[in-house]
Structures are given as C-alpha cells and as structure tokens.
Design a binder for this molecule. Sequence first.
Ligand SMILES: Cc1ncc(C[n+]2csc(CCOP(=O)(O)OP(=O)(O)O)c2C)c(N)n1
Length: 639
Amino acid sequence: MLLSRLIEEKMLILLRQGKISKWFSGIGQESISVGVTMALNLEEYILPMHRNLGVFTTRHIPLYRLFCQWQGKASGFTKGRDRSFHFGTQDYKIVGMISHLGPQLGVANGIALASKLNNKHQVTAVFTGEGGTSEGDFHEALNIASVWQLPVLFCIENNGYGLSTPASEQYNCEHIADKALGYGMEAHIIDGNNIIEVYSKVSEIAKNIRENPRPVLLEFKTFRMRGHEEASGTKYVPQDLMDFWAKKDPVINFQAYLREHHILSEGEEVKIKADIIHEINDHLDKAYAEDEILPDLINELNDVYKPFKYQEFKANGGFKEIRFIDAVSESLRQSMEQHSDLVIMGQDIAEYGGVFKITEGFVELFGKERVRNTPICESGIVEAAMGLSIAGIKSVVEMQFADFVSSGFNPIVNYLAKSHYRWNQEADVVIRMPCGAGVGAGPFHSQTNEAWFTKTPGLKVVYPAFPYDAKGLLATSINDPNPVLFFEHKALYRNIRQNVPTDYYTLPLGKASLLKEGNDISIVAFGAAVHWAIEVLDTNNHINADLIDLRTLQPLDTETIFSSAKKTGKVIILQEDSLFGGIASDISSLIMENCFEYLDAPVKRVASLETPIPFASQLENQYLSKSRFEKELIELLEY
Ligand SMILES: Cc1ncc(C[n+]2csc(CCOP(=O)(O)OP(=O)(O)O)c2C)c(N)n1
C-alpha cells in the first residue's frame, strides 16, 4: 500500500511539473487493490480500473515499465498507443480497462467461464466504481455470471462520487450490495479502508469460490480523497465528508496498527520508505532515459490484426446439393469437431436450435457447455467471448438477427476491434449476423449493417452469397484469430442451393470471385445483391459484364475490382444497404483514385433508399436497390 501511495505522491509532483498528462488518484483506496490482489493467486486474472495502481504494484510489475506506459514509451505495454491503465498483460494476468468502464465486467465472465470449462478452479476479480454500476454492462454481466454460476468476484469500489456525481444521484438503494439479490447472487459489504478486513474476507471468499464456483458481489465502502482526475478538483465534496474519511486513511491506520502491535519499528518504517522512494526514482530515471517512440507506419498498420497464416483444407469426399443455411450449419458443426474447445453462444441456440435452426442437434453432439443458450444480453455475451479469447478459447456468437448487434456494438468496435493494436491481445471471436431485407420483416429485422463494421479498423467482415463460399469462409473465419463479423443473408438461407463438398474445407478471406466475364461493364456486388445482378444478366443476356462477388469486405479484394475496372472502363456497384456511407461509396472512391484514366464513365453506386426498411412488401420493393438496378445498369452501358 505504501508503494502505491508513494508512487502516487510522486506522480502528483510530476503532474504539477507538467511531466505527465493525467492522473486518476486512488489515494485512500489502496487497501482494496492491494488486498484483493494479495488474496488471488498469481495465475488468476484481475481486471482493474483507473484507480487500481495497487493491483499493478502488487503483481510486481517493474515500475519503469509502468512509468514508460504513462509516458507513451516502448517499454510500456501498448507501444505508446494507449494511455494510463488502459492496457493488459498476459505476463501478469492483468486485463486493463477500456475507457467505457462497464465492458470489462462482462470480459471477466468469459475468463471465468474458461476457468470453469477447463476445471482450473480459479477465481477472476473485476473492479468497477459505483458510477460504472449504472451502465447496462454491469447488469448484463451480473445476470450472465449468476445464470452460468461463474467464479467472478465483482469488486465494486463505492467511493462516493463518480466524477462530480454523488452516489445519491447514481443509484436509489441503500447499498449496491442489495442489487445482488435481484440477480440471485451472494454479496458482502466490506470496509474498503481496512486492509486486514479486505484481505481476510476476500481470501476466504476466493478460496470458497475456487471449490464451489459462483459469482459474488463485493461492495467496498471507501472514499475518493482527490478529484476525479487531478485537474477536476474536489470543490463539490463537503469538507466534513473529507474530514471523516481522512481519519480512515488505510495506509496511516495500518502503519499505526503495525506499530501498536510491535510488528513495525520506527527504524524499519523509515528504511522501508527510503527504499521505496529510492526504487521509484531509479525506475523513473530509467523511464526518462528511454527514447521517445519513433513513429513507423508499417508497424502501426501491421499491429491492427494478429498475423494469420491461412491454411488451406481441401475437401476429399463427395459433394451434396445443400441450401445456404445447411452450409452454415455444416461448417459450424465441422468447426466444432475441428476445434475441440470452440464454444458457440447465442439466444435460443441450444435445444431449440436457434431461430433459424442452424444449431439444431448441436447440444446432443457437443453438450450444453459448448453450445450455450444466453440471456438476452448482446453486450455481455460479446464481452464474454472476448474474455474466452483472453483465456485462449475460440468462440462464435450468434446474433439472433444482425439488427440486434446494435445492443452489442460497444464491445465489438471498442474492445474486440482495438485489443490487438492496443496490447497485442487477439479477439478470437466470430459474430454470426443473419441479416438482410426482402423477407417483409420491417425496420428491425431486415438491416444489412456491414458498414457499421467495415469502417472500424481491427474487424474483418465476411459476406458470402453462395453455400459453397459460406461453408468455406465460415471455417476460415473461425480459424482466423481476429474478430470476424460473418454476414448471412436470411433471404438466401432457404432459396439458394449449390453442390458443396460434404467434408470440412476452407476458403481464403480477401478473395472476390469473378462469377461472369465480359468486356463492357463491371458489376460489383455482395450478398443477396449478387443474385439480383445474376437475375438481371439472365434476362439481358446481350450484356457482356464482369460480375464480381466480393465475398469478403474486409479485407477487400481491390486487385480483382481494379483489374476488372481497367478492362471494362465502366463500373456499377450494387449494394443492398442505403447509399450514404455504405461500402459502395468507398469502393467507388478507390476505383476513381486508382483507375481514373481507364474509366469511360463515372462509377455508379446503386443502393437502397435513405429510409429505414419498410415492412409492407410493395414499400420494401420500392426501398430496395434491386428495383432500380436494371435501369441504372442499362443507362451506364449507354453512357
Ligand atoms: C461510457 C462512459 N461514460 C462516461 C465516461 C466518463 N467517465 C469516466 S470515469 C467516470 C466516473 C466513474 O465513476 P465510478 O465508476 O464511480 O469510478 P471512480 O472514478 O469514482 O473510481 C466518468 C463519468 C466514460 N469513461 N465512459
């Protein structure tokens, strides 16, 4: 506790000297970080927050590495890419927060689930403040942990204020611990300023959970003695409250206790303090001596995705004519056989087989541990998938409909997408996205929302149009350790059939397929739009077109697009989503920038209306780009 306190005191001086940019003080709360960390074994994961310096010091991270992290230097943990405590390290089994606070609660569930699946008898501890408990992630995480009886210690540091908001404006019950009852969970209130109480109670509870896995909510009563961050001050905190808590300072009180019990002499105390100050200064000098990071474009771009060497699996056996939906199901089933620890999670996917019946029969084959029904908690489940990946387990998450991914958006675009770039941690997760219109399902069951993800570095986006591609690409997406959004168009599920190898096989991501060849015009499409284009070409067989099915949108096969554009000089891009901000716009720009001198006409984008997707079929038909494609194609040919 003293180490953590003295580092902080030094940081406050450096802050005043303008040598560090920001500091979130945990002064007064040290017993919680230190006590919880001491109660855990070194191989057990801890997910700390912005005030938990004591977690890092108690896990014995060399101080200069922490200082380098705060100064954005290479010996930190993020190569200068993220600040303060926003990092994780597998070496110390610490998984740092993302700024959004709540998501890590769900990530802890995934780590704990891995521990349970592997019979490791380990506890995972995750921290949040009382402010963070107002986020949906908190409720989803507690609910999932309780339903699945996961060995997680949810450590709530109730320090009175969330930035300037007092606890009374944050929640309306006496204790946060009271909320546990609603989730069917055990809870304890602990004096967070008393290291002996923290350590002994948490040790006892952790020991018990290792043998009898279950989540426990721990509410630590404590107080934030300094501003939210140093610049924001504490003017809004009544003085008597400050005075009351100052008397409960955990470091001073523990020192007094040790002295009283003749455990610590004055001489020892002076020496311990001097040694710590010496250590801090030494490590600071080392951090200062390290050169600033030199920006390197290649390094930056290379670290967004975990390198993945595509391995080709060829099918040897026979072929069978199957539907698109069967191809997805077969691929998923064969991947479950291929990867003996792969876990699938989703709503109603177990005995019920999922709303599209893709996982029908899977429970009998692989058991309920690996084929997991989930509560309706999209964020919490994506976060759990992230946690599984941290613990080395692959997973596939089924969104019941792609539309509902908006309820799990934050962890996908901020956690899964950014982890490898930030701290070298892969998010080995595939998110299956039954998407698309043309089925009369209205605004919330029809969207094709690939553009929400193609614009986020760190994600891969796959969008097959045929059973053969769906099967091979899903297998590769699962093999790929990066997060993949796998779009499956619902209108294709039962309508498109193809001869597909019965064995397991893979297809590479980032390779479009040239379905038809012609010299007059290039048609670029993906998903259901590929079939719309085929229909139009079938009825207009005088049109000599290249038809490119992109198959994957990120990575995008620009080579195939450009060589076709250069050959025909005219390109039309057909997209099912509404126009503005869709991937057709980017493809169009890429063609303009790379093939301008070869073009005989402006690149044409054909997309759906700038409205939500209507329900009634005549309105939906008008909405969809399908209805306008033929006319636009002929116009461009005649340009
Ligand atoms: C989703 C989100 N909303 C708002 C913020 C801004 N913010 C950062 S910390 C904080 C207060 C957090 O309070 P609490 O959880 O009680 O933790 P404490 O800072 O008191 O330790 C706020 C509002 C954020 N980081 N993320």
